[in-house]
Design a protein around this ligand. Structure first.
Ligand SMILES: NC(=O)c1ccc[n+]([C@@H]2O[C@H](COP(=O)([O-])OP(=O)(O)OC[C@H]3O[C@@H](n4cnc5c(N)ncnc54)[C@H](O)[C@@H]3O)[C@@H](O)[C@H]2O)c1
Length: 345
């Protein structure tokens, strides 16, 4: 049966991939509450729908800053919502370190307003997009498991941990059917150049050194990168297959880790990108992260066994994810802030 999804953050990087995935793989309708002042970009929505213009008939875009409560007129415009997919957040560690107050305030207000809306609208599922960063750095050889201790290192991860706490509370107090997912670093087409992969591609194309944060001993950070399409696929899988845990039967809401297939250190990632771009050996600028970015963690790692055991498999491998991202970005250099002439080879 067709469903109606309220998808926040649809003008953002991850949200626009979720939108495209829902259009491609379901007949569901989607309402997008958007602002374009928190890194949302209208072109991402247009681009997610451009291959099939008839998809516009299934999508309603509503201007809505989620730091304000959702008023009854806007709620009526949303219509009957079956699933609420909450992707929206301020999302960049460095900006959170520069200006922690507004950053944390945005993310906490946003989740409170979304969940207040959910109390009234009563969707059967609220998916909350969280991050590996809420657990803090992972010791060597260890992958955080669902419900490990929360120990955020910077204002961004603190704001995401706060969102989780608000989710837990609304689940426990009001019975909102929250499912929290923690995701590793995401890559894909149309990511903002403030993030590592597009920033690195841009540096390589301009013949500049790619900055990589390393420990005082010179060891690079590492991540389990995941394509945004894989994240979208995992969310669709959860919406179709998972019944949210309820208070009374369980002492905590459902939580799943969504993880890339293997660990890649950030020097290896620069080389993988340069290989795919065909630009030869990249130049590197290794920066001691302790002095340059206090609050930055060297290694994140999550155990994705729970979701895999439940039956979800990622559709895209890391190599395929990177290949698609690089090829698309070279054809659309404006997403790196570069004119086409600079990437013509
Ligand atoms: N990108 C990653 O590597 C990564 C990894 C783990 C988790 N996440 C989480 O994924 C989500 C999306 O990240 P992204 O990379 O797409 O970020 P993004 O900055 O590209 O998009 C964020 C979206 O949130 C919206 N938003 C922010 N504040 C809002 C507000 N007050 N009202 C309405 N909309 C608002 C923006 O308009 C934008 O559409 C975030 O919740 C982030 O914490 C991202």
């Amino acid at each position: 049966m067709t469903k109606h999804v309220l998808l926040t953050g649809g003008g953002g990087f991850v949200g626009s991939h979720v939108l495209r995935h829902l259009m491609t793989n379901t007949d569901w309708t989607v309402t997008l509450p958007v602002t374009f002042r928190h890194k949302g970009v209208p072109k991402r929505i247009a681009s997610a729908l451009e291959t099939n213009p008839e998809w516009w008939d299934r999508v309603d875009v509503v201007y809505c800053d989620l730091t304000a409560p959702i008023d009854p007129v806007t709620a009526a415009r949303f219509g009957k919502v079956d699933y609420l997919f909450n992707v929206a957040s301020e999302s960049h560690v460095d900006r959170s370190i520069d200006q922690p107050g507004p950053f944390i305030e945005n993310n906490v207000r946003l989740i409170t307003n979304i969940l207040d809306y959910a109390r009234q609208a009563k969707p059967s599922l609220v998916l909350q997009m969280s991050t590996d960063e809420v657990y803090g750095p992972a010791p060597d050889g260890y992958e955080h498991r669902e419900w490990d201790a929360i120990a955020p290192s910077n204002p961004y991860s603190a704001s995401k941990a706060a969102q989780e706490a608000v989710c837990f509370t609304y689940w426990r107090t009001y019975g909102v059917p929250v499912v929290i997912t923690n995701t590793m670093n995401i890559l894909g087409e149309q990511q903002d150049t403030e993030k590592f992969i597009p920033k690195t591609m841009r540096a390589i194309l301009q013949g500049e050194p790619a900055t990589v944060h390393v420990s005082p001993g010179g060891r690079p950070g590492s991540r389990f990168y995941l394509h945004a399409r894989n994240l979208a696929d995992a969310w669709l899988w959860l919406a179709r297959n998972h019944k949210p845990q309820q208070y009374g039967d369980f002492d905590r809401p459902s939580r799943f880790h969504i993880v890339g297939e293997r660990e890649v250190d950030n020097i290896e990632m620069v080389h993988l990108l340069a290989d795919l771009m065909g630009t030869g050996d990249p130049k590197l600028d290794l920066v001691d992260f302790h002095s340059s970015r206090p609050g930055h963690d060297l290694r994140y790692a999550l155990d994705g066994g729970k979701l895999a055991a439940a039956g979800w498999q990622a559709p895209l491998s890391l190599e395929e994810s990177l290949r698609r991202t690089v090829e698309w970005t070279l054809r659309h250099p404006e997403w790196l802030g570069l004119p086409a002439t600079e990437v013509a080879r």
